[in-house]
Design a protein around this ligand. Sequence first.
Ligand code: MN
Length: 737
Amino acid sequence: MLKQAEALFARIKEAGNYDYDKIYKAYEYADKLHEGQKRISGEDYIVHPLSVAEEVLNLQLDTDSICAAFLHDTVEDCADKIDLALIRKEFGADVAEIVDGVTKLVHIPFETKQDESIENLRKMFLAMSKDLRVIFIKLCDRLHNMRTLDVRSPEKQRSIALETMHVYAPLAHRLGIQKIKNELETLALYYLDPIGYNEVSEDIGKRYGESKDFLDHATEKVAESLRNYNVKFTLSGRVKTIYSIYKKMYNQSKQFDEIYDFYALRIIVDTELDCYTALGIIHEQFNSIPGRFKDYISTPKPNMYRSLHTTVIGKEGIPFEVQIRTWEMHQVAEYGIAAHWKYKTGEQVKADIDAKLQWIRTLVETEKDIDDPDEFFRPLKIDLFEDEIFVFTPKGDVVNLPNNSTPIDFAYAIHSAVGNKMVGAKVNGSIVPIDTILETGQIVEVLTSASSKGPSRDWLKIVRSGEARNKIRQYFKKELRSENIVVGKTELEREIKRYGRQYTEAQKVEVMKNLANRLSLPDVDDLYNNIGYGGLSVSKIAVKLREEFMRVVSPQSETPSMPTSEQLKTARHEKNSRTNAESVIVDSVEGCTVKFAKCCNPLPGDNIIGYITRGYGVSIHKYDCVNAQNGLSNPNDKDRWVVASWSEKINRHTGGSFEAALSIIAEYSPHLIADITLALTDMKVAVTAIATRENAGEMIISVGIKCSGVEHLRNITAGLHRIKGVREVNRGSIGNL
Ligand code: MN
């Protein structure tokens, strides 16, 4: 018997509440059926079901679940297939049904035909609403497959990682299994955006010493105050996960150094009362940040998560989050719904869990009238990722909404008719603007009027939930075609006026026709209508529109003007990150978040190329960057590199805010660094870093600076060449600084 199996059975024996013999029999069956079979890694196949069973035991699921984990691959993957009837006879109907459910949940091909994947997703949700244990085992199965993904082909790695990120991690989140969710996300990210993953983990590594000091200090201080009050506690400190930091850097375009809510402390105590006592002690010892305190004990999250959260200011003004919970709450936080399995049985569990899974049923039901697969996936992808809030109707019914939802989202969640007739809203009894951001626990009332003229187009920009957006679009699509056409036409005309060129009416008509054609729309009115009701956004088609316009209206040469020194001065104070999205146009990706790769630091004027990290932002590289060139020649990666160009707005908005590095080689002189610093100051160039090295009588100085682009950098280089002793000035990499 494998060591791993021995350890597992020792744990089962120790736990005491399992049917040891039944589980052992399942193990023997699996071992025999998989005999001689190898995984791609060369390991014996049994290691896989064994590892899955181990994870299922970690979730503290029941005997039948562990048996099913051992048997989950025996029906399909064994040479010597076992049939379900035999499993039913030997292990009972429950085990057979779980194995059957797991077997039928096939791989969801996210990058192939979408119709097929909708069907598969539906199957999954249906299986789930039948017996949740199927999904638990599937999650454990996926976890082990992700841990051993390195032996698969790059193509498989990507599609499995993608599916993990889009389906399994959100599922784990919705079921409250934080532990599995975190690990799945981190593993998936590693395969989806290896460059970004490495950037973040290197950054974390560099800060390791600093982080440890900070956490040690904060932990010690918290522990001391708790001890003084005689509270029994367990305390741990941690840095947030790679994926959560990555998300902040991409989605909120933050630089690594700007992420300060990066530390968290967890206090686990014995009773609920102790939680509040501990909170009081913390608030007495530290200054807390207003608005960050959350009581998920009195109002648990929909996935049953309970804890107190607060953020306080630690040493040197660095904030950190404190989570306070009891051991039981901790179990639920880590293992979610699975943790409840232990305490309840049969029908009771079912009824309990049924209530929590209302969202699955809604999803399966709304699927029926889907004609556009995109429309189905959009809400799924977005809503599953978002953190959520829940608010109440005046009658006390709970409505579950994505974070940052407004009363409009609430109204459409009740019914389209309520949304379409909405004229105002009350929150906790007072009238509020309808774009107010709702918070968990509020009571929301929608004011409607029969004479309402219907939703406003601006609502599309306000709402957060896919459901509300779809319902509003439906309304405009159906009811207001002629008005949509006028709105769409105006929007497109406004866009081409911005190009600042003369054109005739005939030319305009030709441009619109060509564009409609290119978007496979029957005619120009359909194009206008689509823009009008919000099915297409101008920003999404801006690149194509411009191309068609240039083709018809003869192109003139464009020379981007250098920013004036005045513009540079103000721009320098702007944060680089905030303007990223405006500075680059990436073909056919709407309002995409871009990040400039640190390996090559592209500057306006450089030829650039984008690397789509499948919904996790676009990395902009220099076209001749080694990483880009390697990526382009890799057949598995080729299609993710997209055309990118610098936006026109760039000089107006982002003047001097791009980071660049220069490497200066010069004859040794004691004044050299002073000379260089002076020359840069004279040229009004902001210096962000400087490092020097000596080598055989030469000095190599690396300087990090802010500049507006290639032209500007050329001027700076020329200025540096005028310094006595300077031999060479080259572009370097910030990463090396
Ligand atoms: Mn498996």
